[in-house]
Design a protein around this ligand. Structure first.
Ligand code: PGA
Length: 256
């Protein structure tokens, strides 16, 4: 079995109370699955990205377990007069491990650019957190044959001046924008071709062992097939991570 990361992006869902209820059920079922639980944290990682206001409830619920978590966005400074932003340092203090950076919804609705995301990648690494940097093309870009150009720009600009030797914790999440929340998963051939392209681009920049996750309508029914594809190191999951059982089913499908 590959070394995998299975990550849940909860977006703007779940109050602290709903978060605690989710983890009570999730951890109970997971602990009852002795083989899946014993491999967790060794053979594969599971990570949650709750909304910032549910971060502390997540931290408390997951304390003492091998399940990891992080925030969906940070600012590139850890403190100061930056109203409304999230601090990487606080994430670390709460026991978080990952920072999601450049999700397509951040790029689309909050106008985040490759250069502003590059600052966040640098800052996350500086704070000793693991950046999970998201890339992906829109449907229009794919139809115009621009997928590779778009991904290459997102990679080179987003990772500009990042030293691969100091970025061992970096993770890339490839999420075709047209597959996010639409139920339209990329075909195995599209995933195979695009992950191979991303892998080659990363290796050229010196990132030889950076995991590349797939995201976009990933669920239990397609995870088993997609995880077999070379350079697919796991999934970033939205909709299918909101219920304990559907996320656990995806984990199980990826493991088997
Ligand atoms: P989805 O979302 O699984 O609901 O398509 C994935 C994501 O936005 O990260």
């Amino acid at each position: 079995m590959k070394n995998m990361i299975l990550a849940a992006n909860w977006k703007l869902n779940k109050s602290p109370e709903q978060t605690r209820a989710f983890f009570a059920t999730f951890l109970e079922i997971l602990k009852n699955n002795a083989s899946a639980y014993s491999q967790l944290g060794k053979q594969y990682q599971v990570a949650f990205f709750p909304s910032a206001t549910s971060l502390e409830a997540t931290s408390t619920s997951l304390r003492g377990t091998p399940v990891q978590f992080g925030v969906q966005n940070i600012y590139h400074e850890s403190q100061g007069a930056f109203t409304g932003e999230n601090s990487a340092r606080v994430v670390k203090e709460l026991g978080g491990h990952y920072i999601l950076i450049g999700h397509s919804e951040r790029r689309q609705y909050f106008h985040e650019t490759n250069s502003s995301l590059n600052k966040k990648v640098h800052h996350a690494l500086q704070e000793q957190l693991a950046p999970m940097y998201c890339i992906g093309e829109t449907l229009e870009e794919r139809e115009k044959g621009q997928t590779e150009k778009v991904l290459l720009t997102q990679i080179t600009e987003g990772l500009k001046d990042v030293n691969p030797l100091l970025a061992g914790s970096l993770v890339i999440a490839y999420e075709p924008v047209w597959a996010i929340g639409t139920g339209k998963v990329a075909t195995p051939d599209q995933v195979k071709e695009t992950h191979a392209f991303v892998q080659t681009a990363l290796v050229k920049l010196g990132f030889t062992s950076t995991p590349i996750l797939y995201g976009g309508s990933a669920k239990a029914s397609n995870a088993g097939e997609l995880i077999q594809i070379p350079h697919v190191s796991g999934f970033l999951v939205g909709g299918a991570s909101l219920e304990p059982q559907s996320f656990l089913d995806l984990i199980q499908a990826s493991l088997s």
